[in-house]
Ligand binder design. Structure first.
Ligand code: C2E
Ligand code: CA
Ligand code: CA
Length: 404
């Protein structure tokens, strides 16, 4: 989160702190002193509107738009003010939830509209055109799109628009298929196939991810059963990796749901790999640890996804019952260009081995990436070099041709 940088400004008695009609670029919090807010009329007279003292804020509307100040502010004594610039505020606002951003802007726009009309232009004047500004605010941000996607995603689950693709995970040395990762796609009625990065974060925000995950875990297990049934050459202890978010894993019934799926589908817990990110471990260390211990005791496998992108500290790893580390593609890409990235990957692999964890490198596209990973003794890999994520029928074809 961006830090709002503040600075202090001193004003003497009678100083004009802000001037009606000028374009505002900051707000102030009054740390000490008192000010008066007034409007200057065309005939030169002044109309006092209010006074403000310690702890209050002045000029706040400038934080939200490019419009002119609707009133002037004069110091009534020596004043010490804390300045918040528009740029800093906008930076923080754009880093927040898009709906919070939109609503904040709309409320401030309406507030500006109301006071401009009543105090400056008189009741009944249709200035400024708040509706137009508001339309711009709602249409320029991500919020409306976000809300629309969330409501459509609700139907996606009901209407069977979600699909799983499967990417094979291979033994790097022998090229034997060791497992698959289930990756969600949304077959949107108008937009076509949507990649998960466009809808998973929205599904997470709205809580809809829970239903989608319930569907995905069961569907992935059923698919593994079908794939095994149709692929004679495939090892029977192939695993199916499924991605879980923090919201999924912090549900009190997470384990009982997994057990129910395992029972219902006939896929043993040892064939189900739970993929979770490092961040989840670090944000909820004790809660997650206990839950992971329970999952492992029940036979499920656990993999840390995107390993290396979240936290540099590796010291926590041995506290958790983890089976596999998945090295993020960003390291795989860097390895060839940067010896320190290569050494880092090698270090991660050695560490994992000493902790009895297996290694999966993600996103292998090039021969030289595979060569370097082999040199580091990495165990498993997935990437476009071997296969893109495929729909079930194509995956079965891939397995057939791969084992010939
Ligand atoms: P992830 O878990 O890190 O999944 C691997 C991503 O890397 C997938 O993107 C996959 O298509 C892509 N990939 C695999 N090999 C290569 C390669 O050689 N080169 C490149 N450039 N990319 C490769 P995808 O399918 O778009 O998924 C993106 C992310 O969305 C996933 O990242 C995961 O975090 C999330 N996701 C996908 N499916 C699910 C799901 O069912 N549930 C949840 N919670 N998240 C999911
Ligand atoms: Ca993953
Ligand atoms: Ca990953």
């Amino acid at each position: 989160m961006t830090e709002i940088k503040t600075s202090h400004t001193l004003f003497n008695n009678n100083d004009i702190i802000m001037e009606q009609g000028s374009i505002g670029d900051c707000a102030y919090i009054i740390e000490t002193g008192e000010v008066e807010i007034f409007i200057g009329h065309p005939d030169g007279s002044e109309q006092k509107i209010a006074t403000r003292g310690k702890g209050t804020i002045i000029g706040e509307m400038a934080l939200i738009d490019q419009k002119r100040r609707t009133a002037s502010v004069r110091a009534l004594m020596e004043c010490k003010l804390i300045k918040i610039t528009k740029d800093e505020f906008q930076q923080r606002l754009s880093g927040s939830d898009p709906i919070v951003e939109m609503i904040t802007k709309v409320i401030l726009n309406r507030y500006r509209d109301t006071i401009s009309r009543i105090e400056v232009f008189g009741e009944g004047t249709i200035y400024p055109p708040a509706e137009e500004t508001e339309k711009q605010l709602t249409q320029s941000g991500k919020a409306v799109e976000h809300l629309k996607t969330a409501s459509e995603f609700k139907h996606a689950i009901k209407n069977n628009e979600l699909v799983l693709y499967y990417q094979p995970i291979l033994d790097l040395r022998t090229k034997e298929i060791k497992g698959f990762e289930a990756l969600m796609r949304w077959n949107h009625p108008e937009k076509g196939f949507m990649p998960p990065n466009l809808f998973i974060p929205i599904a997470e925000d709205s809580g809809l991810i829970l239903k989608a995950t319930d569907w995905a875990i069961e569907e992935a297990c059923l698919a593994l059963k079908r794939i095994q049934g149709q692929s004679a050459g495939l090892s029977q202890d192939c695993f199916m990796s499924v991605n879980f978010t923090a919201i999924d894993m912090l549900q009190p019934d997470f384990l009982s749901k997994l057990l129910a799926v395992s029972e219902k589908t006939g896929i043993a817990p040892s064939s189900i790999k739970i993929e979770m990110t490092e961040r989840l471990l670090m944000n909820n260390p004790e809660k997650v640890k206990n839950m992971l211990i329970d999952c492992r005791e029940n036979g499920f496998q656990i993999a840390i996804d995107d390993f290396g992108t979240g936290y540099s500290s590796l010291s926590y790893l041995h506290h958790y019952p983890i089976n596999s580390l998945k090295i993020d593609r960003s390291f795989v890409v860097q390895m060839n260009k940067d010896p320190s990235a290569y050494n880092l990957v090698k270090g991660i692999i050695n560490l994992a081995k000493s902790l009895n964890m297996s290694l999966i490198a993600e996103g292998i596209e090039e021969d030289h990436e595979e060569d370097l990973l082999l040199k580091c003794d990495c165990e498993m890999a997935q990437g476009y070099k071997y296969s893109r994520p495929l729909p079930e029928s194509q995956l079965i074809e891939f397995i057939k041709s791969h084992s010939n």
